[in-house]
Ligand binder design. Structure first.
Ligand SMILES: [Fe+2]
Ligand SMILES: [Fe+2]
Length: 257
């Protein structure tokens, strides 16, 4: 799938750049996003080592590495951070990540941590340029203990990291979820196993309750738009997952044991 513009007006774009190739992570493809405001760009979850050249090639259609004003990491997983040492050879921009992963990230081979900014647990505002503002939203324990989201008020897109992530068959690569009921089989097992608890979900739902959201863009699988946004959030609200299932003596879906 080539890059898809989720939002595109004269000054502001939100672009889904690429998905990883089959064979990586047992075929679980990942999304990388570029937000552009005038000449400034921000990369969200730029991806693992294997996809970096493809993501760079797609990004070069829009801007050069010197125009990247920041890189955002929703959490610490290798399919997000694995390509970052190479990105930091091309740009010296700041990298935003939950503060709890600052001690852990040097294990990826970063020798200079001065680029990294530890996001506090409550989140923060982020102004890549003077008239380009993003909101970093806490989404902890869903699944990572230090997961953060990005809300873009211009496009009204919430980048949700692993929340809403889908494990799609290789032959399916529609960019959007338009029929939530048909999409459910691709998200249910993952969310039951990987999301820590319904209490963590309820905290996140309270945090995002006042945001005006047109699209939820996860790190894996198609993005939610229209009625699928509300239907997904309503499904999530009552989901029993993680320790809820362990405490009730339930079993996780076989494929995620
Ligand atoms: Fe993850
Ligand atoms: Fe992920």
């Amino acid at each position: 799938m080539q890059n898809i513009k989720l939002h595109d007006d004269s000054r502001h774009r939100f672009v889904l750049l690429n998905e990883s190739e089959p064979g990586e992570e047992d075929g679980i493809r990942s999304n990388q996003y570029l937000i552009m405001h005038d000449d400034a760009g921000v990369l969200l979850d730029p991806g693992g080592f294997g996809v970096m050249p493809k993501v760079l090639a797609e990004m070069l259609h829009y801007l050069s590495p010197s125009q990247i004003q920041g890189i955002f990491l929703s959490h610490q997983d290798p399919d997000i951070v694995g390509g970052l040492t190479t990105w930091l050879e091309l740009t010296s921009c700041p990298v935003y990540v939950s503060r709890i992963w600052m001690r852990f990230l040097p294990h990826y081979g970063f020798t200079d941590m001065s680029h990294f900014i530890g996001v506090p647990d409550q989140g923060m505002s982020w102004e890549p340029t003077s008239d380009f503002k993003l909101h970093i939203i806490p989404a902890h324990f869903l699944h990572s203990e230090g997961q953060i989201n990005v809300y873009d008020p211009v496009s009204r897109i919430l980048f949700s990291g692993d929340i809403g992530a889908a494990m799609m068959p290789m032959e399916k690569d529609d960019p959007y979820v338009d029929d939530f009921a048909a999409h459910l089989p691709y998200i249910e097992g993952f969310h039951r196993r990987y999301m820590c608890s319904n209490r963590a979900i309820r905290c996140w739902l309270e945090t995002i309750a006042n945001l005006d959201i047109d699209i939820i863009a996860p790190q894996h699988g198609p993005v939610y738009r229209g009625a699928a946004v509300t239907e997904f959030l309503a499904w999530l609200k009552d989901l029993q997952c993680g320790v809820d299932i362990m405490q009730s003596g339930g079993r996780f879906p076989q494929q995620f044991l």
